[in-house]
Design a protein. Structure first.
Length: 367
């Protein structure tokens, strides 16, 4: 009788789990469909602006990565949803668990593809010299950047949160998660703490970019066009620095959370290995440094203008105190941005390397 009651309780728990899992995957399917519909107009939206640039048109068409969320004609999340309806045994759950890990890898591959697409389009855009074409090109690039942002917010982040449900499934279907062996706790805790510090810096960079001056902020400065033109020409670089920094803050936070779960035996070791390997976070950071390096000349441009205005003021040609103060503030903002990217985050890649090395060492010990 006791055994029957336990079986009944287990059956009810499984029903609740499957209902919750189905509901969450259904939401993700809906968001994925919305995302893929929005993404389906690219790169065509951008290519249509390049009638006068046939070579550039061909280069972008060839280099653009299409969505990685398809497996054949099916969307990977749809496949996972279908598999969730076949969970009747431990064997079924192992199959589902493997598909879950594959889906996690596909979502992270989509993240990587989005980063590569934006970096490629930013670089190709430097070859456009017609103002109207550049304006249209940048408009569609901003649109695409927004679509990729919704992917991270509406699909990738919620999928990471599925881990709590997966834990329930692991227990109900007696799936043995791979855990870290004794002796690795201090290493992972240290890495988690270091990642937390990096996340805070990436958040600071993202916030700082939002407050940087635009061409309209400097148009009132007397006898100056160089700074305004420079800001116009580099607005996409500035926007991309903000986007990548925000993405790195999000991803670093996710990594820190997952490492914390690993220490509490709340995530499978191989799930986290998939996250670290598929995410290619080192390349994302390299992109941030590369794009921000394009902004390094700007503090000198500000300095030259400040020196010029100070000289005029000393000669009695006018009072430029307000402009000098304004330019000095703007210069310090760009100085800070470049310092944060180039110096304060310089250890990020080594932390990711150490994380992966420790995970691989744990996997070897597991075997």
């Amino acid at each position: 009788m006791i055994l029957d009651r336990r079986n009944l309780m287990n059956l009810l728990e499984k029903d609740d789990f499957l209902s919750d899992l189905s509901a969450e995957l259904s939401k993700l399917m809906e968001k994925a469909e919305e995302y893929l519909i929005a993404l389906s107009t690219f790169p065509d939206q951008i290519l249509w602006t390049l009638e006068d640039y046939p070579e550039l048109h061909s280069q972008i068409e060839e280099a653009f990565h299409h969505s990685k969320l398809y497996s054949g004609e099916d969307v990977v999340i749809d496949q996972l949803y279908t598999a969730s309806y076949r969970l009747n045994s431990k064997v079924d759950y192992v199959i589902f668990r493997n598909l879950y890990q594959d889906t996690l890898g596909s979502l992270l591959s989509e993240k990587v593809a989005s980063e590569e697409n934006l970096a490629m389009l930013l670089e190709k855009g430097q070859k456009i010299f017609t103002p109207t074409t550049m304006q249209e090109y940048q408009h569609h690039l901003n649109e695409l950047r927004g679509i990729y942002e919704t992917f991270q917010q509406n699909i990738l982040a919620p999928f990471f949160q599925l881990n709590d449900l997966i834990l329930q499934g692991d227990k109900l279907f007696e799936f043995k998660r791979a855990t870290i062996p004794s002796g690795f706790e201090v290493a992972f805790q240290t890495i988690s703490n270091d990642l937390g510090k990096q996340k805070a810096i990436f958040e600071e960079i993202s916030s700082l970019v939002k407050s940087l001056p635009t061409e309209s902020d400097v148009q009132g400065i007397k006898n100056d066009t160089n700074i305004a033109v420079w800001l116009i020409n580099n607005q996409q670089h500035i926007s991309q620095v903000g986007y990548v920094a925000h993405s790195l803050a999000f991803n670093t936070n996710q990594l820190q959370v997952q490492v914390g779960k690993l220490l509490e035996d709340q995530i499978d070791l191989y799930d986290l290995i998939t996250i670290v390997q598929s995410g290619e976070y080192e390349d994302e950071y390299t992109s941030l440094k590369s794009i921000s390096s394009e902004l390094e000349p700007l503090p000198s441009v500000f300095s030259e203008k400040i020196t010029e205005l100070e000289a005029k003021q000393e000669e009695g040609a006018g009072n430029y105190s307000k402009e000098i103060e304004q330019l000095t503030t703007y210069k310090s903002m760009f100085d800070k941005l470049i310092h944060l990217v180039q110096n304060e985050t310089s250890q990020f890649q080594s932390y990711i390397y150490l994380l992966l090395q420790n995970l691989v060492a744990c996997a070897k010990r597991e075997h």
